[in-house]
Design a protein around this ligand. Structure first.
Ligand SMILES: Nc1nc2c([nH]c(=O)n2[C@H]2C[C@H](O)[C@@H](COP(=O)(O)OP(=O)(O)OP(=O)(O)O)O2)c(=O)[nH]1
Length: 145
């Protein structure tokens, strides 16, 4: 890769939790999301990736935060855009790509913080918490508190 990639991650709200799974390749806890395609809007990317991975229909995707993740030692450079969204409860949660993700789980701030402490969050999320200092502040913003 000779240019940074552009990744999208979606915080889907449910009660006090967001939807996450462990990535089969690296074992990190991660949000649903993926790569922005050419000529695609960020919100459309979020809707598409969440549907492809979880079968959920998200509602009101909103651009939330961004991080620039530079890890030269492993040739990883991504700009990651995070969005927040609600979801339509009529859509069923399915692990559509079990070869890529463990089963989807609703994760609260405490569990999220534990994974941060153990450096078990996907890179963009680690950098996001580095910025906020702790998960509580981040979750307050996600849930508009
Ligand atoms: N999905 C997702 N991607 C993240 C997160 N944190 C983070 O840094 N990224 C970055 C690194 C990923 O390699 C990149 C693109 O997401 P991805 O790896 O899920 O892409 P993907 O395999 O679904 O790609 P594709 O379906 O679009 O081909 O975004 C996260 O929490 N979830």
């Amino acid at each position: 890769m000779n240019r940074p990639g552009l990744g999208v991650g979606v915080f889907i709200r449910n009660g006090d939790s967001v939807l996450m799974s462990y990535r089969k390749g690296n074992g990190y806890l991660a949000l649903p999301g993926g790569h922005l395609e050419l000529y695609e809007e960020l919100e459309d990317c979020a809707i598409r990736e969440v549907k492809e991975e979880t079968n959920l229909d998200i509602e009101k995707p909103q651009i939330f935060q961004m991080v620039n993740v530079v890890k030269k030692e492993i040739q990883h450079h991504y700009v990651v855009i995070f969005l927040t969204a609600d979801y339509n409860q009529k859509s069923d949660l399915i692990n559509v790509e079990p070869n890529k993700h463990s089963d989807w789980k609703w994760i609260n701030a405490q569990v999220f913080q534990q994974h941060y402490n153990e450096k078990q969050l996907f890179y963009g999320l680690m950098k996001l918490i580095d910025r906020f200092g702790n998960t509580e502040k981040l979750f307050n913003l996600i849930f508009n508190k």
